[in-house]
Ligand binder design. Structure first.
Ligand code: SF4
Length: 233
């Protein structure tokens, strides 16, 4: 919802369509504790996302942080559907103040500029900063994209790329488990520190991975191949 002077009727449509991306100007909300880790979702560089402004899927050229959607819904976490109101209206993020659904020129000109990322929020000498960087190094989407393309192109059950990608998936899961074990962090906090798990994001690369009683199962389109738990795929 935006200012009345911009013609906003406070209908809540934009809040229902998805949460805002955050910008460097919004860092003060985090510093003041008005936005916390569990409110935020990291979308990593190279991840396939749906862009609400462009209204199409695209691969992120830079990392961004947005407010989380409500569980099982795409509405913003802070949208009160019963009262059609924003629970943080007086200190809502920059995009919410700029967006006018009647004239999107202002939001289009700024929404990809000065985006907030984890390095703005996590202390550089902290253990969290170290593990975040380690995860980024070991589970970079640039590599995931190259491996997924090779796997899809080859379509071979024993392609060497399968083993490397399965190793990346395992490392992604293990680092989440480790942090949860050490800090009892909620799943929402893990999605701020590491972004969404590869189990959720691999479909964006044309691959799916799920766990079954026999082990993990990799699937591409209609074709599905069972593999042992040891190799994941
Ligand atoms: S922060 Fe408030 S104004 Fe912005 S999308 Fe969420 S509910 Fe709407």
């Amino acid at each position: 919802m935006t200012d009345q002077k911009n013609g906003c009727q406070r209908c809540g449509t934009c809040c229902r369509n998805g949460p805002p991306g955050l910008h460097e100007e919004d860092k003060s909300l985090y510093d003041q504790g008005l936005l916390r880790k569990e409110h935020l979702l990291t979308l990593r560089k190279g991840e396939w996302v749906y862009d609400n402004i462009e209204e199409r899927r695209l691969m992120l050229s830079e990392e961004m942080i947005r407010i989380r959607p409500q569980p099982g819904d795409r509405a913003c976490l802070f949208f009160d559907s019963e009262h059609n109101a924003c629970e943080m209206y007086d200190y809502r993020p920059l995009e919410c103040r700029i967006l006018s659904c009647r004239d999107t020129r202002a939001i289009r000109s700024m929404y990809q500029q000065h985006r907030l990322n984890r390095r703005h929020l996590i202390l550089k000498d902290s253990a969290l900063f170290t593990i975040m960087n380690l995860h980024e190094e070991r589970c970079a989407y640039e590599r995931v994209q190259a491996l997924a393309e090779a796997i899809i192109a080859k379509g071979e059950k024993n392609a060497p790329e399968l083993a490397e990608l399965s190793d990346i998936v395992q490392q992604d899961l293990q680092m989440r488990s480790l942090l949860q074990e050490k800090t009892e962090a909620a799943g929402s906090v893990l999605e701020f520190v590491f972004g969404r798990s590869l189990l959720k994001t691999l479909p964006g690369f044309g691959l799916e991975l799920r766990e079954t009683a026999e082990g993990y199962r990799f699937s591409k389109k209609e074709n599905e191949t069972s593999v042992s738990r040891r190799t994941l795929f």
